[in-house]
Design a protein around this ligand. Structure first.
Ligand SMILES: [Zn+2]
Ligand SMILES: [Zn+2]
Ligand SMILES: [Zn+2]
Length: 207
């Protein structure tokens, strides 16, 4: 027969045992979440790193594409620049007759101006052949003195798509800069004829 005292002692022992078990069990169970976290943490890191690497690669590839495009454009511009003199000379040569006729037409007037410049104290005199150093027309322009480049007719490009070497992509006539009025070959930018300057060229030259 178990007495009440014995029952209480047994219950007390049981509770004590439970407490001991709980105390010993808790330190062992604590590392578990840490271990889970330790194992779980690298996953987002790896994903993020992979995303960053992919983004960096995409950026580098975009930069490379831009650089390649810029280089192609620069190469095209350089090619056009290298060919500019030859292209322009071809158009100048094509207008040889009109040019020499222009000089001949005003030759006696130019000689009078040159003589007047020789008599002036500053050895210069205002040109009366032109208006403010420009003629009223352009010999080089497309057909009707419309200011368009004679090579590309205003598009800025050759038929194949390359930059027009004559106008460097502007589409404007290289002689009159698109105005339809070419610089006067008898005077300078100030519109003056000088006694000690060479006479105008009888062959077409860039002005
Ligand atoms: Zn002039
Ligand atoms: Zn022109
Ligand atoms: Zn052109």
């Amino acid at each position: 027969m178990i007495t009440l005292r014995q029952l209480l002692a047994a219950v007390g022992c049981f509770i004590g045992l439970l407490y001991l078990l709980a105390t010993f069990a808790s330190p062992a169970s604590k590392p578990a979440p840490a271990a889970i976290i330790a194992h779980a943490t690298p996953r987002p890191d790896l994903v993020t790193r992979a995303q960053q690497a992919a983004a960096e690669q995409h950026l580098a590839s975009a930069r490379l594409t831009t650089l390649e495009r810029t280089k192609r454009q620069l190469d095209r511009r350089q090619t056009a620049a290298d060919q500019m003199a030859a292209y322009r000379q071809r158009h100048l040569d094509a207008h040889r007759t009109e040019w020499s006729n222009l000089i001949l037409r005003h030759w006696s007037q130019y000689q009078n101006l040159h003589a007047a410049a020789g008599r002036s104290p500053a050895l210069e005199t205002p040109c009366t052949i032109c208006d403010d150093s420009f003629l009223k027309f352009c010999l080089i322009c497309d057909g009707h003195n419309d200011g368009k480049c004679p090579e590309c007719h205003g598009s800025g490009h050759l038929p194949g798509g390359d930059i027009c070497p004559a106008c460097s992509d502007t589409g404007k006539c290289f002689m009159c800069a698109g105005t339809g009025k070419m610089p006067c070959p008898f005077c300078d930018q100030r519109g003056m004829v000088y006694f000690d300057h060479a006479p105008p060229s009888f062959v077409p030259i860039p002005l």
